[in-house]
Design a protein around this ligand. Structure first.
Ligand SMILES: Cc1cc2nc3c(=O)[nH]c(=O)nc-3n(C[C@H](O)[C@H](O)[C@H](O)COP(=O)(O)O)c2cc1C
Length: 303
């Protein structure tokens, strides 16, 4: 058995695999399949200051090697999360990353301040959501607004702060550096890539929201590239994700520079995907004679 434990920003994970935000709810539906303690951690559904109902349906479209979603930030609001969901999650002997979002830096900071008073292990700030004060462009698409929202949340909490980057940018490394300078303890990447599909018979977009986020195996190479570029540009650790569905995919993101790995869309086709991936990583490491998964982090040897 290889040593699968990793450390991200001072937090110990028993293995590197974490169901990604938005595909695992608050864990309740998956407890029936396996003990959640088998997971390295759990990233919870994005939570905002108050209840949100999300976007209108249809909110999911299939794509070659992936899926588009426009679920939006459907969630019960931070107070309900803290009261009804977090206490159950904190009994599961796994690292809990509370994923948060908001329409303004103030809303994000207010949500983080409430979590600061709980025993949650890490806060993951999603900066792919629209900033209403800046005309609706996502916080994560400009250095100035990415830096401002990170700084506001940093002031509100002393919990380890992971900032989740949007891939829908020209230069991922510039955004990553801005977020690092504003006080993030770690980065997670990548969120979904903006996409669109059209029903050619009705000439209507398949998603009621017209556009949505692409995830699944189709985006793995984009994630590998962005993680590799970012790992070479910042000194804080990276939690990688994007298209991972096998143990070797997860190892690939770690070789690109990730210290841990989240699994998203793959869980929709197989709820056991995260624990299978943990086993497959172990098999790979054993077959290669590698004693610790930490020994593969950032080891790609570029030409
Ligand atoms: C249905 C769905 C809902 C999502 N909701 C969130 C969310 O609330 N917050 C967030 O930061 N990311 C959200 N994501 C993005 C995922 O956490 C992940 O970054 C992305 O799907 C890429 O990983 P994957 O290819 O393994 O799915 C969502 C993804 C999907 C498919």
């Amino acid at each position: 058995m290889a040593d699968l434990s990793v450390n991200v920003a001072g937090v110990e994970f028993k293995n590197p695999i974490i169901p990604a935000s938005g595909v695992f709810g608050y864990g309740r539906e998956y407890e029936e399949f396996y003990p959640l303690s088998k997971l390295g951690g759990i990233a919870t559904k994005g939570t905002t200051g108050t209840l949100r109902t999300g976007n209108l349906s249809p909110r999911i479209a299939e794509t070659p090697a992936g899926m588009l979603n426009s679920v939006g930030l459907q969630n019960p609001g931070i107070d309900t999360f803290i009261e009804k969901e977090l206490p159950n999650l904190l009994t599961k002997d796994t690292v809990i990353l509370a994923n948060i979002a908001g329409s303004t830096p103030e809303e994000c900071a207010e949500v983080a301040a409430k979590l600061d008073k709980t025993d949650v292990h890490m806060i993951e700030l999603n900066i792919s959501c629209p900033n209403v004060k800046q005309g609706g462009a996502a916080f994560g698409t400009s250095c100035t607004s990415a830096e401002a929202v990170t700084a506001a949340v940093r002031k509100a909490t002393s919990k380890p702060l992971v900032v989740k980057l949007s891939p829908n940018v020209t230069s991922i490394t510039e955004i990553a550096k801005a977020v690092e300078s504003a006080g993030a303890d770690a980065l997670s990447m990548i969120n979904t890539l903006l996409g669109m599909r059209i029903d050619v018979r009705t000439r209507r977009p398949i998603l009621r929201n017209n556009v949505g986020g692409l995830s699944g195996p189709a985006i793995l190479p984009v994630a590998v590239r962005m993680i590799w570029q970012t790992a070479n540009a910042v000194s804080i650790p990276i939690i990688g994700m994007g298209g991972v569905s096998t143990g070797e995919d997860a190892i690939e993101l770690m070789m690109a520079g990730a210290s841990a790995v989240q699994v998203g869309a793959a869980i929709f086709t197989d709820p056991y995907a995260p624990i299978k991936i943990v086993d497959e990583m172990n098999d790979f490491l054993d077959a290669q004679g590698i004693a610790s998964v930490r020994d593969v982090i950032g080891t790609v040897q570029p030409w």
